[in-house]
Design a protein around this ligand. Sequence first.
Ligand code: NAG
Length: 374
Amino acid sequence: MNMRDFYKSLCFLLGFFSVQTEAEKEVNVATWGTADQSTLYGNYWYAQYALDGLSYTCTHTEWQTDPWWRLDLMKTYSVNRVTITNRPDCCESRINGAEIRIGNVSSNVYSNPVCAVVSTIPAGATYSYSCDGMEGRYVFVSIPETSMVLTLCEVGVYVIFSGNLATGRYVTQSSTFGNWISQQAIDFNPGFKQPSSACSSTNSETNPWWRVDLRYIYKVSIVVITNRLDCCPERINGGEIRIGNSLENNGNNNPICTVISSIPAGVSSTYICNNMEGRYVNLIIPGDSRFLTLCEVEVYGEGPLLKRTFLKMKLKSSSSLSDPAVRVQLLSQLQSVLMARGFSDVTLQWTQPPEQEVMRKEAAPAKCAVRKRR
Ligand SMILES: *[C@@H]1O[C@H](CO)[C@@H](O)[C@H](O)[C@H]1NC(C)=O
């Protein structure tokens, strides 16, 4: 192929796309926990009504001294902010002076540090209170006064999850038990209240596996696995964490980071993978009649080491691209064009052989189609 023709026929060449990771995400974790309150007024106004997403169903204590509402998140979180929605129908000033507390002492409201004090919230409005990363398992709202009522229509507890490379990535598993889909292992929710909607699980089978595609190659430093709380924590025993770039045997032949001996129910265990390089992180349990259930998988590390961009090109060539030698030659020519323009760290590869399209005499120059595949 003549170099001049080659230049002419390439209208638009390569586009470089920066890597966007979804590695930081703010999530409302309130609904993952269970709520109760100091007293219940009437036959409804349940504590759980502050978590149901409906601002017209509310909680309500009796008239009492120091009424409180408590949320057990079932796990310690670093809380970024708390939101409170006031009742829309009447008496909005009852919320004035309410204290938001975050801590680990379930038995005594006042042993937990204060995040914020509510001054006023207009009827039906939602106000946000910054808690600046205060850590705790319980969130309390209470009014430290005599003869008071505490009503809350909605409470949100927002946590920022950051640095988890699995966030938003493509996941899959060898089979799916009921609704326990593979994505539920990367939804941040450990599923302690309702595992079927927050954990992944395969059926009972031989060598069940789960895989996340990080999309780019990273140096993986640690993997954190959260085991189910509700039952059978021993099912995870013998699970292998594998990291690498191959999809041979569904990625289960990649190098092993660790073999899980056991993880107690509801515990998150951290495994050090010493910067193993890879795009795929697999969990596999070797053996017959095994379930692989994962309530959360977190992956941390550095990278990406290699950014990939998929390009589709249309080009005019006097040589046949069905000849592998010509294809190799074309790549090396493209490579040297890029080199000349200062891109020395780029490797080109065919992901799909060119389609066979023969255009003998074209009046207008061939148009190039460049598009981003994913
Ligand atoms: C609650 O417990 C966690 C971990 O056990 C700890 O880091 C945090 O400081 C505790 N919070 C309070 C308010 O004591």
